[in-house]
Design a protein around this ligand. Structure first.
Ligand code: NAP
Length: 383
């Protein structure tokens, strides 16, 4: 049977849109996929020249890569450059829209696309606050169209392998959790308009990097069969401030899954991340440890308790699950979107709205309890 082909419109021509678009053009068979395929039928930018440049760039080989398989196999044959995002929302040759604009625009862009009847995959963080996210979910339900936050890590081979371990029950109940996403980013050399520096763009470490420790909180604890608490709360948090613009240099917050587990999540723009233990869950029978980087790890370890005669896990084991060669890691989330739309679903069971909402509420809480310039930032619902 021929695969279901999803026709994508790409909104914005920045860095991550380029990576996503290139991954749409990777041969699906290289990641053992034959039931779905992708075409890019529209690209929207604030100028038509930029949209065209983006398309022309996709036709050329990537850095150290050959011309994409999709370019030679019809993936760009019907593509159209639009000098506005509206052009893409209203393009009849587009089924689903990828939103790759800065954080503060996600809500409006996604809303406009949903109202035009398009399915949407929106970059993380989904929105600025929970009110915006609630509104988008209500619109998707009302229009009966698919909506998902682009948390690509959830669809990587390692994420499914970790799930299998968690579901097997061999680690027992989770008791403690920690996850980090840090990078040494030279903020001082960047202009005020940089999206990490400008508070108006939702700058700082929390909103940009927070989704990644949160992925592992969701996969290792929240979705753990032992967890019954669907609304784990932030019980304490702290942010350090970048004096130049007032955004958060680092954020740390403690979350409690009632009666089960406590976790600490950290983001930091001043230090390189922890290499060997970017995320750790400590369970009754042993620990599961994920190696750096949290957005695209390939290796995890299962480690016995120090008092190993007590737990059932006696030896350390190492498990390697790389993304498939030639793939940046974003094709998997695109495959999920295509399958859900093909099957008439409006949300993904693997990346459900409810879990995006849990994480969004954490960010709201950390911001409101901190002292950064985004403390009082409100999304645009009702404004
Ligand atoms: N999943 C991931 O791993 C990942 C990685 C990086 C970033 N992201 C997310 O993707 C989003 C974009 O990040 P990025 O690194 O691609 O950013 P970027 O390179 O700065 O690109 C953002 C694009 O948005 C458009 N835009 C519209 N209004 C803008 C404005 N006022 N200021 C700046 N750009 C504006 C521009 O495209 P046009 O000129 O074409 O309109 C610009 O190229 C962020 O929300 C980020 O969190 C996700």
């Amino acid at each position: 049977m021929s695969p279901y082909t999803l026709r994508w419109g790409i909104i914005a021509t920045g860095k991550i849109s380029g990576q996503f678009a290139r991954d749409l053009l990777v041969d699906p068979s290289t990641r053992e996929v034959s039931d779905v395929a992708h075409q890019i039928t529209a690209v929207g930018s604030r100028s038509v020249e930029s949209a065209q440049r983006f398309i022309d760039g996709l036709k050329k080989p990537g850095e150290g890569e050959p011309v994409a398989w999709g370019v030679k196999n019809g993936g760009l044959d019907k593509v159209r450059a639009h000098g506005s995002y509206d052009g893409v929302y209203n393009d009849p040759n587009v089924d689903a829209i990828y939103v790759g604009t800065p954080h503060n625009l996600h809500y409006q862009n996604t809303k406009d696309a949903l109202l035009a009847g398009k399915h949407v995959l929106c970059e993380k963080p989904f929105t600025i606050d929970i009110e915006e996210l609630d509104d988008l979910v209500a619109i998707a339900q009302q229009k009966n169209v698919f909506l998902m936050e682009a948390v690509w890590t959830r669809f990587h081979p390692i994420a499914y392998a970790v799930d299998e371990v968690i579901r097997s029950g061999k680690l027992g109940k989770p008791k403690r959790f920690a996850a980090d996403f840090s990078m040494e980013y030279d903020l001082d050399s960047k202009p005020d308009s940089n999206r990490f520096i400008d508070p108006a763009l939702g700058g700082g470490s929390l909103l940009d990097m927070g989704p990644y420790p949160s992925v592992w909180a969701m996969l290792l604890v929240h979705r753990n069969p032992h967890n019954k608490d669907q609304t784990p709360n932030v019980v304490s948090s702290h942010q350090s401030i970048y004096k130049r613009s007032g955004v958060d240099l680092d954020s740390r917050w403690i979350v409690e899954w009632d009666g089960l587990c406590r976790g600490i999540l950290t983001t930091d723009l001043t230090a390189p991340g922890l290499r060997e233990n970017t995320a750790v869950v400590q369970c009754e029978e042993g620990d599961l440890i994920i190696e750096y980087p949290p957005q695209k790890p390939e290796t995890f370890h299962i480690i016995p308790r120090p008092d190993r005669y007590i737990g059932s896990i006696k030896e350390k084991t190492t498990h390697h699950h790389p993304v498939h060669a030639g793939n940046h890691g974003m094709s998997y989330e695109a495959d999920e979107v295509a399958r859900c739309i093909r099957d008439g679903k409006i949300q993904s069971e693997r990346m459900p709205w409810e879990e995006s909402k849990v994480v969004q509420r954490w960010f709201d809480s950390v911001r409101k309890n901190g002292d950064s310039a985004t403390k009082g930032m409100k999304g645009s619902v009702g404004h």
